[in-house]
Design a protein around this ligand. Structure first.
Ligand SMILES: CCCCCCCCCCCCCC(=O)SCCNC(=O)CCNC(=O)[C@H](O)C(C)(C)COP(=O)(O)OP(=O)(O)OC[C@H]1O[C@@H](n2cnc3c(N)ncnc32)[C@H](O)[C@@H]1OP(=O)(O)O
Ligand SMILES: CNCCCN(C)c1ncc(F)c(N2CC(C(=O)NCc3cnc4ccccn34)C2)n1
Length: 409
């Protein structure tokens, strides 16, 4: 057992070629573990059975003495302001710390007050002395179909610890507390996404970006001038018509909910993992809301059938340390269905509307059938990957992004 051998052992990647990072918290959780990858004896479905509610821990987990739990009532303007500011100053940044998500207050109310939501799942941590909000995590109920099983799940999001309280193992406490509160409602599975790799992604998606305001994107460092390209040539390359081209293309309205529900349920049925939306869900998630979500459909001029649908949500980013621009206005592709209008034409109309609304960039993941329009419509691959996770539910290995029909905010 020479020094060299010990060094080699420490540097060895473990047997199934995953990074040999220790996950002291995630190794204790009912999630696919790295050692399970490639083990085809494991069957699809829950990893642990539900526990009797009497066995669920009744009281909250312990926090460090200086901190206390708080439930964030998003109906309260004051609390909503606190949540907005915590996230605006401490939420997800890109690897070069040039941008930070700036979810708006109306977006947060939309994302959190969903049909059947539990206020107790909007969890904050305050410093006892100052009452300052220093951490946050949320869950909302959702019915997610995995293959042929519709499972009641919690969608977990907005996990955030103030920059000054990082690397103190607070995140595992927040995750255990939201898990406990979800268990109290007799729900045993969850879905979540993250830019980080933890045990174990069910699939990993690539972000693609379509420039709408290339000059600003280059000025702020979001994109770079292409080789052998001038700025004027770049602006011309991304130019879009002033108005949409598809006959019957119009904004979605309340009266369209039944038809859009049928269209979207039918479309999402083909993916391995997808939401099981009913009309109430569709009304909440897809009726247009200024600065939050935009939805359009194609109503056939002949017989008034609704044949196609497209939608995107508004998620600006703060631009950190740029004199000329403070905000990047980004649209994120949401749910799109094409049964008559070719996907590239439908999504080009979405780009045209986004440009009309002064968005700087239109982002899309390579999930569902998005690959069918990404290249045609001049999207470029981004540097950000988004990993999808299920908690306490095993899916068969090697799911592809194109088999995924779920978009989290
Ligand atoms: C049945 C119901 C179940 C419900 C729950 C389902 C699970 C939900 C899971 C959450 C879904 C969230 C979905 C979103 O919101 S993804 C967006 C996450 N938020 C941000 O990135 C905002 C900026 N960053 C921060 O605020 C902090 O860095 C956070 C809070 C992220 C970590 O704080 P900090 O940096 O101070 O670290 P620590 O010392 O406290 O803790 C270190 C431990 O935490 C693990 N870690 C780090 N980042 C993440 C992450 N994004 N998901 C899961 N785990 C994460 C890490 O691997 C390590 O564990 P292990 O590697 O040693 O094992
Ligand atoms: C938990 N909810 C997951 C979804 C949150 N979403 C939208 C997200 N999660 C991770 C990402 F990697 C990401 N990307 C969009 C791509 C992008 O635009 N990258 C440049 C950029 C501009 N602004 C920011 C802010 C933060 C990170 C990268 N940024 C990469 N999007």
């Amino acid at each position: 057992d020479t020094i060299v051998q010990r060094f080699q052992d420490s540097m060895s990647i473990d047997d199934n070629n995953n990074n040999n990072k220790r996950h002291k918290f995630w190794e204790t959780q009912p999630v696919g573990q790295y050692k399970d990858v490639g083990d085809f004896t494991l069957i699809e479905g829950p990893i642990e059975p539900p526990a009797p509610l009497s066995e669920v821990k009744q009281e909250p987990y312990n926090l460090p003495a200086a901190y206390e739990w708080t439930t964030c009532d998003m109906d309260s303007q004051e609390t909503c302001d606190e949540v907005y500011l915590l996230l605006m100053n401490n939420y997800v940044e890109d690897d070069e710390n040039m941008f930070r998500f700036n979810y708006s207050e109306e977006f947060l109310r939309w994302a959190l007050r969903v049909p059947g939501y539990y206020r107790s799942w909007h969890i904050g941590v305050r410093a006892k002395a100052s009452k300052k909000l220093v951490a946050f995590i949320t869950a909302v109920p959702a019915r997610i179909r995995v293959n042929d099983e519709v499972v009641k799940m919690a969608e977990v999001n907005f996990l955030c610890v103030h920059k000054k309280l990082r690397s103190k193992r607070l995140a595992p406490v927040l995750i255990k507390e939201v898990t406990r509160r979800v268990h109290l409602e007799n729900i045993w599975q969850a879905a979540y996404t993250a830019g980080v790799v933890i045990p174990t992604p069910i699939t990993t998606c690539q972000y693609w970006h379509r420039s709408l305001n290339p000059k600003k994107l280059i000025d702020v460092g979001f994109s770079r001038l292409g080789a052998r390209m001038t700025m004027s040539r770049t602006i011309k390359l991304y130019k879009l018509p002033d108005s949409t081209v598809t006959p019957g293309f119009r904004k979605m309205e309340l009266r369209d909910v039944p038809a859009v529900t049928r269209l979207l349920r039918n479309y999402l049925g083909q993916f391995l993992v997808a939401p099981d939306f009913d009309e109430h869900d569709i009304e909440h998630w897809l009726i247009p809301r200024d600065n939050v979500v935009d939805s359009y459909l194609v109503e056939s001029p002949e017989n008034h059938d609704i044949t196609d649908f497209c939608s995107f949500y508004t998620l600006p980013s703060s631009i950190l340390g740029n004199q000329a621009h403070s905000t990047l206005k980004a649209a994120y592709s949401y749910y799109n269905v094409s049964t008559k209008t070719p996907m590239p034409q439908l999504m080009n109309d979405a780009l045209i509307v986004a440009k009309q609304k002064d968005f700087d960039v239109f982002n899309a993941l390579d999930i569902m059938h998005n690959e069918s329009f990404l290249k045609d419509l001049k999207f470029g691959p981004g540097d950000g990957q988004l990993h999808y996770y299920l908690y306490n539910y095993r899916v068969r290995n090697g799911m592809k992004p194109s088999e995924l029909g779920l978009v989290l905010l």
